[in-house]
Write a protein that binds this ligand. Structure first.
Ligand SMILES: O=C(O)CCC(=O)C(=O)O
Length: 252
């Protein structure tokens, strides 16, 4: 089968630890946004996991996970289409969905501390992180900031599972703005962070994570582990969204 990504795109990913690719959705941006609105409107208490944060305008949705079985268009876009095929080209084998999330970052939503994704992903050796921009992601609304060429190893972590502040302060984070509908593929070891949304517009993004088929279908095991970890309600000032504490949002 023909490859979708170009040799230049794959070389960029290998060297820099990230690459942007456009025209992979297989649907319009408006259809993608509509499908995300439908997930956001799912009631509390389903198998999907809604997480909220406290903003200066009150509580707002920060993240939904485990929604693909209830969102046919998003399943098509993330699991069955060209995004999964490019993920497979970058992993070097067929890519399976390991987990999926929507980060809403609505107006006033918080950012994420410098981290690498790998420590948040149990049971798996090699994973690929992906961001699909649902709205334009800009510096003002808290786009991702990445460190290029720093994806060879896990950096020293703090007690939250984020990159130790003294190490993070020496890294060169560069903003990566995306247009709605664009896809960013980045290594699970690529250091990244993001700022709060201080603009007047919401900045929603889909984040599917993939593993290679040789490690098996791990999605059910991931969500079982997450539910178990979250069964013990964490107390504290910050909202817990992930198996690491990278989110800077305030608890509702
Ligand atoms: O959505 C963002 O601004 C950053 C997300 C992120 O780094 C994460 O969810 O691990």
């Amino acid at each position: 089968m023909n490859e979708i990504s170009s040799p230049e795109e794959r070389a960029h990913f290998a060297t820099h630890g990230w690459v942007k690719v456009d025209h992979l959705l297989g649907c319009t941006v408006e259809e993608l946004q509509q499908a995300v609105d439908e997930v956001a409107a799912l009631p509390e208490g389903g198998p999907w996991l809604h997480h909220r944060e406290l903003t200066n305008d009150g509580p707002k949705l920060a993240r939904t996970e485990n929604f693909l079985p209830f969102a046919p268009l998003l399943k098509h876009v993330l699991a069955d289409g060209d995004i999964a095929r490019v993920a497979g080209e970058l992993l070097g084998e067929q890519a399976l969905i390991y987990k999926e999330k929507i980060n809403y970052k609505l107006v006033g939503g918080a950012g994420f501390a410098p981290h690498q994704d790998q420590p948040a992903y149990p049971f798996v050796e090699r994973v690929l992180s992906v961001m699909v921009a649902v709205d334009d992601a800009t510096v003002a609304n808290g786009c991702l900031e990445v460190v290029s060429g720093a994806h060879a190893e896990l950096l020293p972590q703090d007690e939250r599972g984020c990159i130790q502040l003294s190490v993070a302060n020496g890294l060169n984070f560069e903003p990566l703005e995306l247009r709605a509908g664009e896809t960013l593929f980045f290594s699970a070891l690529t250091p990244h962070r993001s700022g709060p949304n201080v603009s007047k517009n919401d900045r929603r993004a889909l984040y599917p994570t993939y593993n290679g088929i040789s490690e098996g279908n791990l999605r059910d095991a991931y969500y079982a582990a997450k539910l178990e970890a979250f069964a013990d309600p964490a107390s504290g000032e910050l909202v817990r969204l992930s198996l690491i504490q990278d989110f800077e949002g305030r608890a509702v």
